[in-house]
Design a protein around this ligand. Structure first.
Ligand code: ACO
Length: 175
C-alpha cells in the first residue's frame, strides 16, 4: 500500500503538533461517547502533557513515535509509539496506537502495526508487548496473543494489562 507510508516522528518533526491533536481528538470522542473509557489511563490527557510525551518520543530509536501518512496528501492518519521496557533490552512496549476515525476498518491499523513491528525487528528488537481492554480482537488479527502481565514504566500506567507477545514468525511481507 504505497498510498500510505510510515515515518518516524523524528523525521517529520513538523507534524508534532498535528499528532498531539490527533491523539487528543480520540480523547474527546471517548469523553463524550464512552463513559467508561473516560477513565482510561492512556487517553484523558491535556494537549500540554501530550505534547510533552510526543517530544520525549521524537527520537530515532525507542521511545519513539511513528506516523502513518497518506502519501499523496501528506495527511496524518495514524500514530503508534514504541517504548523501552525495564529489564528487557530487546523488547518494546507499544502504545497510543490510533487510526483517524474516518480511515478505520480499511486495514490501516494492521498495516501500521506490521510496519512498526518490521522496524523493531530490523533494529534489534524481538518482542513486543501492549495493553488493551477493548481492542483485543484487533491485536489478535495483528498476530498478538495474550500473555502474563509484565512490568513496564512508560508515561501511561495501566492497572490490569493484557499483554501480548509478537509471533515467532514475522507476518508475510506487504505486497
Ligand atoms: N473487533 C474485531 N475485529 C477488529 C476490530 C474490532 N474492534 N478492529 C479491527 N478488527 C480486525 C479487522 O476486522 C481486521 O481483520 P482482518 O485482518 O481479518 O482483515 C483487522 O482487525 C485489522 O483491522 P484494521 O482495519 O487494520 O483496523 P483499523 O484500521 O480500524 O485500526 C484501531 C484499529 C487502531 C484499533 C482503530 O480502531 C482505532 O484507532 N481505535 C481507537 C483507538 C484505540 O482504541 N487504539 C488502541 C488502543 S490500545 C494501544 O494503543 C496499545
Amino acid at each position: 500500500s504505497s498510498r500510505y507510508s510510515i515515518v518516524k516522528l523524528f523525521d517529520r518533526q513538523d507534524r508534532l503538533w498535528d499528532s498531539v491533536k490527533l491523539l487528543n481528538e480520540a480523547r474527546f470522542l471517548f469523553f463524550f461517547w464512552g463513559n467508561k473509557k473516560e477513565n482510561r489511563s492512556e487517553w484523558p490527557r491535556s494537549d500540554g502533557s501530550r505534547e510533552h510525551s510526543q517530544k520525549k518520543s521524537c527520537r530515532p530509536s525507542p521511545p519513539m513515535s511513528f506516523l502513518l501518512l497518506e502519501t499523496e496528501s501528506d495527511k496524518l492518519v495514524g500514530h503508534a509509539r514504541a517504548c523501552l521496557l525495564p529489564n528487557r533490552p530487546t523488547a518494546c512496549w507499544v502504545e497510543s496506537v490510533l487510526i483517524r476515525k474516518d480511515h478505520r476498518g480499511k486495514g490501516l491499523g494492521k498495516f501500521l502495526m506490521t510496519e512498526v513491528e518490521k522496524w523493531l525487528r530490523t533494529n534489534g528488537f524481538d518482542e513486543g508487548y501492549l495493553s488493551t481492554d477493548d481492542q483485543v480482537e484487533f491485536y489478535q488479527h495483528c498476530g498478538y496473543e495474550k500473555c502474563a502481565p509484565i512490568l513496564h514504566s512508560t508515561v501511561s500506567t495501566s492497572v490490569f494489562p493484557i499483554c501480548a507477545l509478537l509471533q515467532e514468525n514475522p507476518p508475510p511481507e506487504e505486497t
